[in-house]
Design a protein. Structure first.
Length: 148
C-alpha cells in the first residue's frame, strides 16, 4: 500500500461517467484524507443517470455532480500544478493531461477503465456494464491505496 497523495485529479472524456464515479468512490473510501476533484477533456454532457444509479448502490452520491472541463477548472482558479497526482481514465484524457502538464513535475497515471456508455441494449444490460466500470474503479483504488 502506498501513501495517499495530498490531492488527486481524475480525468476522462466528458466528466460525466468514469471520472465522477472515481471522484465519488475515492471520497467515500478515503474521506478527507486527500483532496479529490474530477474533470473531462470537454464538458458537453451532464452527469450520466446510469452512473448515478450504480454508485447509489454502494452509497456514493453523484446526483449533485456538475461536469467541467480542464479549461473550466483553470478558469475557476484551480491549477493543474496544484495536484500531486493526475489519474486519467481514457486515452483522450491521458493525451490532454500529458500535454497540459509537460512543463510541470506531476505524476500522471493512466488507468484503463472501461467506458460503459455504448454497451448493452436493455436497461439491465446497461446497468450491468456501468457496474463493471464502477467495480473496476473500486478495484483500482483499493489495490493502489488499500481499504480504510
Amino acid at each position: 500500500m502506498v501513501d495517499l497523495p495530498q490531492s488527486i485529479l481524475f480525468c476522462c472524456d466528458h466528466n460525466a461517467v468514469r471520472s465522477p464515479m472515481a471522484e465519488g468512490i475515492m471520497k467515500k473510501l478515503f474521506g478527507t484524507q486527500t483532496y479529490v476533484q474530477s474533470v473531462g477533456v470537454v464538458n458537453d454532457l451532464e452527469i450520466d443517470g446510469f452512473a448515478i444509479s450504480v454508485c447509489s448502490e454502494i452509497d456514493v452520491e453523484l446526483s449533485r455532480h456538475r461536469s467541467r472541463s480542464f479549461e473550466e477548472m483553470e478558469e475557476y482558479g484551480e491549477a493543474l500544478s496544484g495536484f500531486d497526482l493526475i489519474v486519467t481514465l481514457s486515452p483522450a484524457s491521458q493525451r490532454k493531461a500529458l500535454d497540459l502538464t509537460r512543463f510541470y513535475h506531476l505524476t500522471v497515471e493512466y488507468w484503463p477503465i472501461m467506458d460503459p456508455t455504448g454497451i448493452g441494449e436493455t436497461r439491465d444490460q446497461k446497468l450491468e456494464s456501468y457496474r463493471q466500470t464502477r467495480d473496476q474503479i473500486v478495484a483500482q483504488l483499493t489495490q493502489k491505496w488499500g481499504n480504510t
